[in-house]
Structures are given as structure tokens and as C-alpha cells.
Design a protein around this ligand. Structure first.
Ligand code: NAD
Length: 478
């Protein structure tokens, strides 16, 4: 049984009132530990520590900060096996995925921003003979970083690394369902020489709890949240009184558009991945698949066949493709979407249930649904599970309209060998991230984030630093 504690001002501490909640491994249903449940008192202490630490950390040089960030990256790599196991125990995702994606990318997030910050520049404008303007970049202050459960360390470090690289300090509120790798990161940061108070972790829940208290706190300057769209709306409301700077990476209902002239093998293999990797619990998963009518039957048959072949089961088994969903509650939610899709006329071609051979754990079979249209709940709401719909289309105009017909606008994928069409449609799609003939291929320098209700702001490269720094213009009369 692990006891997961808060990390405040360089110390691991329980809650003042001793409150805890259970940590459950969703793949077994077993209680694997207890987690300190933070409230106002812990958030207050953590924010005070972060403010104190900011006075010195905010004045270090980029070189000094980058050196520590590289040490953190090294330690993440040295602790890869342990971190991967913790991530899998918390989430139910296959251990092979934690080892090959979650943890390596977490280390790389630190390396990338450590290097990037050293080359960061600002702008200069000369008013010839009159004045010279130049901008100074400064850290903002204390950041509240709130992360989700689906890629816990991966998405947390995507925020922590630029936040610290820019010279801010932070209070982290990890998702309540996945507390372990954030806690291990705190230990690693201390070992790497990060000064006390620069990074603090307070565990707990969201609404009317640690998460909300962090977003309301008057001494927190900025909030970066990755989570559901409804959470973004709640955080915006509670951060309004203190006018905090906000960055939101929220939900998606991403279209995957397949034209008949695509490279079929590439499109189908990648679509299987973009539908079911990490149990479909990736914000970028393509959950609405649109296939040009001449290819529709062949594509659906192949997708169903390959979905059926995926091995659902024990996340610790190297042969497993699809692990457990995050919780029983989430499984019930996913299943509810499928049931209602059927009531609306949808046909489940594969999946739509728990696998019979698995007695314990929140497992759900990869699911393909057809015969739905744009008025159905399943094509409008984010399911965040191993469930996709497939619909045929006839024209470019029709598919662009269908793809854009949602409140979301995170990512989109396009499969075609027609270059002109690819450029044309990429320009029309309402999504912050568009992939053509690929999926989840990431260059960390590029802007990442969502349009419409999928988010506010962009992360990645200079965009992360635009959020985590203040620019001051200095105008000197010549
Ligand atoms: P969630 O919104 O339920 O929780 C995210 C975090 O916010 C958790 O730490 C939670 O405790 C906290 N929180 C919840 N309510 C809060 C409140 N009122 N005030 C402050 N904090 C609060 O999301 P989740 O279920 O953990 O993650 C899944 C969601 O995240 C999906 O919608 C998915 O699309 C989205 N997501 C988006 C991206 C992206 O990059 N756009 C990436 C991953 C996940």
C-alpha cells in the first residue's frame, strides 16, 4: 500500500486534517494506496512556498534553469521502469505504452524546453533617429498547473517544463485518479537540485476542492489546465475574480477524413491506432471517421476486422494492445454513450461491451458504430474511450461541413494522395492541429491547441513561453 503525500516547500507532507482518499488500480479494481486529500490549507501553504521561491528562482539565468531541467530529464530516464509501472498502475494503460510513450516523452519535454529557453529572443523596433524599442521577457510568477488522468506525467511535464524554464514557480494539482507519477516527479526534482518551493504538488479533487481553491487563489498569477471543456468553463469562472492568465487544452471530437485515393494500408493501420491507442483516452483520438463512399465498405470491414484482433487485457502483459479504462465510473459513462447511440439507430459492428474473458477491471472492447448521423449524441459529444463512428460521404464540401459541425476544434486527420485537395481542406477545417496522411506526429516547436470549445491559447515552442512570460517594452528616445 502506497501512501501518496503532498510535496510542499521541499517536503512530503500529509494534509493538516489527515484526510485521504483511496487510489484504485482500474485494471484489477484493487485499492493500491491512499492519497492525501488537500484543501484550502494545503493550497495556501503551497502557494506561499511558491511565492517565496519565486523571488530567487525568477532571478536565475536561463542557463542555470536549463541545467537543472536537463538533470530532471536524466533522472526521469534513469527511473523509467518505476515511473512506467506507477503510470500503468494508476491508469490501467499497457505497460509497453507507458514505457515507450508516456515516460520517454516526459523526459523529452524537459530537454526540449531546457534547450529552447536558451535560444529565446524578443523583438526590437527602431524608429529611425527617434527611438529604439526593445522587449524584455520576464517570468510571470506563481502558476497553477492542473492536469488530467489520461497521459498523466506526459501532459503534466508539458506544462511544468516551460513553466520552470521561463523562471516561474508552480503548484501542481494532478488528476485525483492518477497521483503517483506527479509525486515521483517531485522527488526527482528535489534530487536534481531544484530549490525548495519552486515546484509543489497538492493532491485532491476539482470542484469545491484543491483544484478550485488553486484557481481562486489571489496569489496565483496564471493557470494552465488540461481537462474537459466543462472544467475549462468552471475554471474560467473561478479565476475571473483575480483576472488570472489562462491556458486551456480541453476536449475534442476529432474528425478523421479518408478519401478513396488514400494509401489504404497506411490509412487503416493508423486509424486503428488513432481510434484505440491508450483505450481511446487521448484527446487527439479521431472519434468520427468519414470515409468517401467508394471506399466505405472496404474500410469499415478492415477496421472491424482489426479492432476485433486487438488484444484487450492485463496491462502488464507485453502482448496487450488495449488496457483498462481509467475507472468503473468512466466505463459506465462510455457504455452509456454506446447504448444511447443504439437507441438513436446506430449499429455496433464490433465491441460495445466488456470482454467476457476478463472478470475484474474496467475493460471495454474496441467499438465501431455505423448508421449514425450528425444529429446523434455520439457524433457530437466526446466519449473519451475506445469508441468510433464511421460515416460515408460523397463530396469535399459535405465532409468539411460534417467535420466542422461540432463545438470542438482540437485536431483533424486527412487521408488523401491529392496534394491540392489536402491543402484546400486543411485550410477549411476548424481544428488547431491538422494531420495529413499521418497522426500524432509531433514537432514540439509547433503550435498545439484547440479552436472553439477545445481550448484557449497554444502550447509548444515559443507559444508556451508566450504564456509563461511577461513582455515589457522599453522605449528609449535617441
Ligand atoms: P477533468 O476536466 O475531469 O479533470 C482535469 C483536471 O481538472 C483534474 O486534475 C481535475 O481534478 C481538475 N478539475 C476538475 N474540476 C475542476 C474545477 N472546477 N476547478 C479546478 N480544477 C478542476 O478531465 P479528465 O477527465 O481528467 O481528462 C479528460 C479530459 O481532458 C477530456 O475531455 C480530454 O479531451 C481532455 N484532454 C485534453 C487534452 C488537450 O491537449 N486538449 C489532452 C488530454 C486530455
Amino acid at each position: 500500500m502506497k501512501q501518496v503525500l503532498h510535496f510542499i516547500d521541499g517536503e512530503f507532507v500529509p494534509s493538516e486534517d489527515g484526510r485521504t482518499f483511496d487510489n484504485i488500480n482500474p485494471a484489477t479494481g484493487e485499492r493500491i494506496g491512499t492519497v492525501a486529500e488537500g484543501g484550502r490549507a494545503e493550497i495556501d501553504r503551497a502557494v506561499r512556498a511558491a511565492r517565496r521561491a519565486f523571488r530567487t528562482w525568477g532571478r536565475t539565468t536561463a542557463q542555470e534553469r536549463a541545467a537543472i531541467l536537463h538533470r530532471i530529464a536524466n533522472l526521469i530516464e534513469e527511473n523509467l521502469e518505476e515511473l512506467a509501472l506507477l503510470e500503468t498502475q494508476d491508469t490501467g494503460k499497457p505497460l509497453t505504452l507507458s514505457k515507450s510513450l508516456d515516460i520517454p516523452r516526459s523526459a523529452y519535454n524537459f530537454r526540449f524546453f531546457a534547450d529552447f529557453v536558451k535560444g529565446l529572443s524578443t523583438e526590437t523596433f527602431e524608429m529611425e533617429g527617434v527611438a529604439l524599442n526593445y522587449a524584455l521577457r520576464r517570468p510571470v510568477g506563481v502558476a497553477g498547473l492542473i492536469s488530467p488522468w489520461n497521459l498523466p506525467l506526459f501532459l503534466l511535464t508539458w506544462k511544468v517544463a516551460p513553466c520552470l524554464a521561463a523562471g516561474n514557480t508552480c503548484v501542481i494539482k494532478p488528476a485525483e485518479l492518477t497521483p503517483m507519477t506527479a509525486t515521483k516527479l517531485a522527488e526527482i526534482c528535489k534530487q536534481a537540485g531544484l530549490p525548495d518551493g519552486v515546484l509543489n504538488v497538492v493532491h485532491g479533487f476539482g470542484p469545491d476542492a484543491a483544484g478550485q481553491f488553486l484557481t481562486e487563489h489571489e496569489d496565483v498569477d496564471l493557470i494552465s489546465l488540461t481537462g474537459e471543456t466543462t472544467t475549462g468553463k468552471a475554471v474560467m469562472r473561478s479565476a475571473a475574480n483575480t483576472l488570472k492568465r489562462l491556458s486551456f487544452e480541453l476536449g475534442g471530437k476529432n474528425p478523421n477524413i479518408v478519401f478513396a485515393d488514400c494509401d489504404f494500408e497506411d490509412a487503416i493501420a493508423t486509424t486503428v491506432r488513432s481510434s484505440f491507442v491508450n483505450q481511446g483516452e487521448v484527446c487527439l483520438c479521431g472519434s468520427r471517421i468519414y470515409v468517401e463512399r467508394p471506399l466505405y465498405d472496404k474500410f469499415v470491414a478492415a477496421l472491424v476486422d482489426r479492432a476485433r484482433q486487438l488484444k484487450v487485457g492485463d496491462p502488464l502483459d507485453a502482448a496487450t494492445d488495449v488496457g483498462s479504462l481509467i475507472s468503473e465510473e468512466h466505463l459506465a459513462r462510455v457504455d452509456g454513450f454506446v447504448r444511447r447511440a443504439v437507441e438513436e439507430g446506430g449499429r455496433v459492428l464490433v465491441g460495445g461491451r466488456r470482454p467476457e474473458h476478463l472478470k475484474a477491471g474496467a475493460f471495454y472492447e474496441p467499438t465501431v458504430i455505423v448508421d449514425v448521423d450528425e444529429t446523434c449524441e455520439i457524433t457530437q459529444q466526446e466519449v473519451f474511450g475506445p469508441v468510433v463512428t464511421v460515416q460515408p460521404f460523397d463530396t469535399e464540401e459535405e465532409v468539411v461541413r460534417l467535420a466542422n459541425n461540432t463545438h470542438y476544434g482540437l485536431s483533424a486527420t486527412l487521408w488523401t494522395s491529392n496534394l491540392k485537395r489536402a491543402h484546400r481542406i486543411a485550410g477549411e477545417l476548424e481544428a488547431g492541429v491538422i494531420w495529413v496522411n499521418t497522426w500524432f506526429l509531433r514537432d514540439l516547436r509547433t503550435p498545439f491547441g484547440g479552436m472553439k470549445q477545445s481550448g484557449i491559447g497554444r502550447e509548444g515552442g515559443v507559444h508556451s513561453f508566450e504564456f509563461f512570460t511577461e513582455l515589457k517594452n522599453v522605449c528609449i528616445k535617441l
